[in-house]
Ligand binder design. Structure first.
Ligand SMILES: Nc1ncnc2c1ncn2[C@@H]1O[C@H](COP(=O)(O)OP(=O)(O)OP(=O)(O)O)[C@@H](O)[C@H]1O
Ligand SMILES: [Mg+2]
Length: 398
């Protein structure tokens, strides 16, 4: 007889003593809860902006502005998800693009085309062809379009803000039934001020600010995660208060707070404690600052991430010397599998130096060896396995 696997006694860990974590997914960055404590005001403002759709009007452009970990991505996903669910027949199409994976205007147009069912090559076409194809496809569609550009500062830093300007200008050409609204999300606070004046004058979104979380807000966020992810009765409330206090003082970054909770729970489990206490939190706070590393990695452009992924993969194979040649060849294959052209060896060497100065890798000269002197990566800021899972969470396939 077929038995679902979670009915098997081997799967059910609930009676293994000392286990504290109930659901690990809840303690991960990609988990978005149904309610977002402390962001009621932002959710209200964004929902109100989108509610123009309910009377078939184009919503205004919106900009989410706030430091890392202040709930911008969570709010955009939560609210748009609810809109789609509650109003399945709305004449609106939401397209979410993360600019850390689409750092060029070309990639953005590639994704917009794809969202409309137009398949274009991921690189190599003239930009104008993609642009025209997009207009053609969109003109014959029947929905208002809401384009969400998350981490848009990465795109603008690389390619300028012209695409924001061009997309919003399109509204003058489209028929009254069609419109393009943009939601841009940035963790550079003066992002809009950095656009050039011409772009700025035709792109004036409604600003929604995401201030750093306060201590009570962080406590509520942690409490929600503990309720969902940690077994009842296996945590001390004091422990949550301590995390909230420290993180509020440090940054007000919810990602960091949740990270500390997860690490503390893991430490408590490892030492077979019955409860997660302030003692475990103290240790988690002092452990390698995975969060800082993750923030740094998050700001890196695609090729930098692919190179890091290549290094992580190579470091896992002890018999391979992680020299620049090997890194270049593994990276090259990854780039091709992403449909992007590998950068030159020279450029990759430059990026390795950048990664070194960001503290993400340590490089040393390896003298001798059969193939002569070369630079090799000695270690990464995180164990390769952890670096891979971090990159994976950010969309880098391994
Ligand atoms: N109000 C909240 N309630 C519950 N969880 C939250 C809340 N705000 C943020 N989080 C969680 O904290 C983590 C970081 O939040 P999020 O990704 O939304 O930050 P962000 O502002 O987009 O940061 P970045 O600028 O680095 O992209 C996520 O796991 C998210 O689910
Ligand atoms: Mg985000």
């Amino acid at each position: 007889m077929w038995m679902p696997i979670n009915n098997s006694i081997f799967y059910d860990t609930s009676y293994v003593s000392y286990s504290i974590i109930k659901d690990k997914r809840v303690l991960r960055d990609s988990f978005i809860p149904d309610t977002l404590p402390g962001r009621e005001e932002q959710i209200f403002q964004f929902t109100r902006a989108l509610s123009d759709l309910l009377s078939d009007q184009p919503p205004s452009d919106v900009a989410f502005i706030g430091k890392p970990g202040t709930g911008k991505t969570a709010v955009v996903k939560n609210v748009t998800g609810k809109f789609k669910q509650e109003y399945p027949n709305l004449r609106a199409k939401f397209v979410y693009i993360n600019c850390s994976q689409a750092t060029t205007s070309y990639r953005v147009m590639y994704q917009l085309n794809r969202a409309l069912g137009v398949l274009v090559p991921p690189s190599g076409y003239p930009f104008d062809v993609l642009w025209d194809k997009f207009i053609e496809a969109y003109s014959s569609s029947n929905s208002r379009l809401i384009v969400i550009l998350d981490e848009v500062d990465l795109l603008v830093r690389r390619d300028g803000g012209r695409i924001l300007y061009s997309l919003s200008r399109l509204n003058y050409e489209l028929g009254g039934d069609l419109s393009i609204s943009m939601v841009v999300i940035s963790n550079t606070l003066d992002f809009l001020e950095r656009l050039d004046p011409r772009e700025r004058s035709s792109f004036e979104p409604l600003r929604i600010h995401f201030p750093p979380y306060t201590q009570p807000q962080l406590y509520n966020i942690l409490r929600q995660r503990a309720d969902l992810g940690i077994k009842l009765g296996t945590w001390d409330d004091e422990a949550l208060h301590l995390i909230a206090a420290r993180v509020a003082q440090e940054s007000g970054d919810a990602r960091r707070a949740i990270d500390v909770l997860r690490i503390a729970a893991e430490i408590a489990e490892d030492e077979k404690a019955e409860k997660l206490t302030v003692k475990h939190v103290e240790r988690a706070l002092n452990s390698v600052n995975e969060e800082e590393i993750s923030v740094t990695v998050r700001t890196l452009p695609l090729h930098h991430r692919l190179i890091l992924a290549a290094i992580a993969e190579i470091l896992e194979r002890p018999q391979v010397r992680p020299g620049t040649g090997v890194i270049y060849s593994v990276y090259g294959k990854k780039a091709l599998s992403y449909g992007v052209k590998p950068l030159t060896m020279r450029r990759v060497s430059g990026i390795l130096r950048e990664l070194e100065s960001l503290g993400l890798v340590e490089i040393k000269m390896d003298y001798g060896g059969a193939r002569g002197n070369t630079k090799v990566v000695e270690r990464m800021a995180l164990p390769p396995e952890q670096m891979k899972s971090l990159l994976f969470q950010m969309g880098i396939r391994m």
